[in-house]
Design a protein around this ligand. Structure first.
Ligand SMILES: Cc1cc2nc3c(=O)[nH]c(=O)nc-3n(C[C@H](O)[C@H](O)[C@H](O)COP(=O)(O)OP(=O)(O)OC[C@H]3O[C@@H](n4cnc5c(N)ncnc54)[C@H](O)[C@@H]3O)c2cc1C
Length: 379
């Protein structure tokens, strides 16, 4: 078995961004992903919410220079997706994806993809052995880019699911999305508008607290790159406390809020705000009781987002086996995203190092630019 320079675990935007930069630096690498295809989960989740516009600006993408996507959209053959939403110059999701696929093809990244799921990581002499279903690779370094893996399912929904109720998470495998949707964040609103577009039937959006209209899903200061410098000067305990205190669920950008308000005014979407309860009645039917009365429905979609990623499974075992430093069940990373013993981390698991934006595209750019040997301008 020859020894690779890098194995990247996860073929999402973070894995692609890092792979492009490391390969440009001459690294011999492989990307492992269960889909055997890059950006598969990203695309599936975007499809599930019927995502039209990106939340992030045009400078957040997987290529080298912050202006690369903008230049790409100036090409005549991309005129159909070249619109940018002001004031933050957000590109269309179709534009982001077309550009990402262009980068993948240009760099031949699909050729280095290995289909499989990593299940174990261990040290053998000077190298690391990466093992899993369909995978056995030896490498000097590993980059963990596994994204967010746990959907958020409220306890009441879990109990009803156990009784066979037709309640499905929008990012899970299940039947088509229902016209009753629980959740008050950006994905829930996008999902409600998309379900109306597809079914032309009234959609009820059940939210427990009022929608918060905000441009970004975190404080704007935290989206600025200077923030990472300030963040890394905080003591680890302070960072843990700040991460714990953050709850930015239920934020919707003003443009999307306008579209939702129009849909409400046209009677396409009903906002059911305040406390509500859900009961299962006969033959799979559910009754939702809210402040404005009860309704009967044959299915419920949870648009309740993803749980903050924590160490678990194979990675937790690898951390114990390799004696890697852990705080608050998150990797404690060095400046260059090195966790220890040749293991590097990016994405949501790197938030102790990069802050709350670690899981977003800007987090991918920050993390990649810090990897050893990479020269890349993140912003
Ligand atoms: C609907 C939606 C819209 C978003 N929009 C934006 C936006 O506009 N701007 C922005 O900045 N951020 C956005 N985000 C947040 C973030 O950028 C995305 O979640 C992005 O996909 C994160 O990329 P990733 O590579 O970390 O994760 P993913 O895209 O989830 O990729 C991780 C990959 O790792 C694989 N994997 C997991 N475990 C293993 C294993 N053991 N072995 C091998 N492979 C494994 C997974 O199958 C997956 O393919 C959005 C998120 C969602 C859900």
């Amino acid at each position: 078995m020859s020894v690779l320079d890098w194995v990247i675990v996860g073929g999402g935007p973070h894995g692609v961004c890092a792979a492009r930069a490391l390969q440009a630096n001459g690294a011999q690498l492989r990307i492992i992903d269960p889909a055997g295809e890059l950006l598969q989960r990203w695309s599936a989740r975007a499809r599930a919410v019927g995502m039209t516009w990106m939340r992030s600006p045009v400078s957040h993408h997987v290529d080298r220079h912050p202006t690369d996507l903008h230049h790409f959209l100036h090409r005549r053959d991309n005129a159909d997706v070249a619109n940018l939403a002001r004031p933050f110059l957000r590109p269309l999701h179709a534009a982001f994806l077309r550009h990402a696929q262009h980068v993948i093809a240009r760099e031949g990244l699909q050729r280095v993809v290995v289909r499989g799921r990593v299940e174990a990581l261990q040290r053998d002499g000077d190298s690391l052995v990466v093992e899993g279903d369909g995978v056995l690779l030896r490498t000097r370094r590993v980059l963990v880019a596994t994204g967010s893996n746990q959907v958020r399912i409220p306890e009441w929904a879990r109990q009803l699911q156990a009784q066979g109720a037709a309640i499905h998470h929008m990012f899970g495998r299940g039947p088509q999305l229902a016209n009753d949707i629980v959740g008050g964040g950006i994905s829930a609103v996008q999902c409600a508008l998309d379900v109306w577009r597809r079914t032309r039937q009234l959609v009820r959006l059940w939210i427990r607290r009022p929608i918060h209209i905000a441009d970004f899903d975190t404080e704007q200061l935290q989206t600025r790159s200077r923030f990472v410098g300030r963040w890394s000067r905080l003591k680890p305990d302070q960072r843990c406390a700040l991460l714990k205190g953050q709850d930015h669920r239920g934020r919707v950008p003003p443009g999307l809020w306008t579209r939702l308000s129009q849909a409400i005014a046209r009677g396409r979407v009903q906002l059911r705000e305040g406390g509500f309860s859900v009961q299962r009645v006969r033959a799979g039917q559910l009754v939702l009781c809210g402040e404005a009365g009860s309704v009967e429905t044959d299915g419920l979609t949870l648009a309740t987002g993803l749980r903050p990623e924590q160490l678990g499974g194979w990675l937790r075992k690898a951390a114990d086996r390799l004696d890697l430093p852990v705080q608050a069940n998150l990797p404690r990373l060095q400046r260059d995203m090195h966790w220890g013993r040749g293991v590097y981390v990016c994405g949501p698991l790197s938030r102790l190092r990069l802050g709350p934006m670690a899981s977003n595209l800007i987090g991918a750019r920050w993390a990649t630019s810090l990897l050893p040997g990479v020269t890349m301008q993140p912003y």
